[in-house]
Write a protein that binds this ligand. Structure first.
Ligand code: ZN
Length: 218
């Protein structure tokens, strides 16, 4: 049983088994607190970012789902979108989004690969018009993490495992963050955004994050 399957069982049936899980990043998710970059993730620097407002620390995780074109996985187009290089004529869907200036801090692909676009202490442009508990402009104070996927299809176990490990790592490096402040894009932009979607297993993610913070060594 994989680590994710063990937590899935624990979440839904009680009890926890501890098994190691292989992650695709050979060096793990080491994070350099000085520059806000993961040491071993694939790095694709996005120009679509700026400084957070003075004195504002990240206090919220926003989970997203994305695939380009929608429903197709594995192509180069998410990197292209976040670096303003998406060819508008490569797919009919792209014409409507190629001019967007957007980014996220990180993307977790279907195979668990982590791609980082923006250092975590800077402001990525992922949430758009948004608010959480009455506070607007979530980009100011959040970390945006994309999962490659669609609203209606299941995400991969390795994506949950990697996301949980990344969230736990960020909580340890940035004390302003808490696993209790973990939401989806649809929670901060209801009616406008639906990702990560109805297929997203929040109890599984929360169980995995608890596992990472409580059980695994630092
Ligand atoms: Zn989103």
């Amino acid at each position: 049983m994989t680590h994710v399957a063990a937590v899935r069982t624990a979440v839904h049936h009680g009890g926890m088994q501890r098994r190691p899980m292989q992650y695709p990043q050979p060096g793990g998710l080491e994070l350099d607190a000085r520059d806000g970059w993961l040491r071993h993730a694939r790095r694709v620097e996005s120009p679509n970012c700026d400084d957070r407002p003075p004195g504002v620390q990240p206090t919220l995780f926003v989970v997203h789902g994305i695939s380009l074109p929608p429903g197709e996985f594995g192509g180069p187009w998410i990197d292209a979108l976040f670096t303003n290089q998406l060819p508008a004529d490569a797919h009919p869907y792209f014409a409507g989004i190629a001019a967007l200036r957007v980014s996220a801090h990180a993307l977790i692909r279907r195979d668990g690969e982590v791609v980082q676009y923006v250092p975590f202490q800077r402001r990525a442009w992922h949430a758009g018009q948004s608010q959480w508990q009455g506070r607007e402009r979530c980009n100011d104070y959040s970390i945006g993490i994309e999962l490659e996927g669609t609203d209606a299809s299941a995400y991969e176990s390795v994506q949950y495992g990697t996301l949980a490990r990344l969230i736990a790592r960020l909580c340890r490096v940035y004390p302003s963050l808490s696993p209790d402040r973990l939401v989806g894009h649809s929670d901060v932009a209801p009616g406008r955004k639906s990702d990560p979607g109805i297929a997203f297993d929040w109890p599984l993610l929360r169980g995995l994050v608890r596992f990472e913070l409580e059980v695994t060594p630092r």
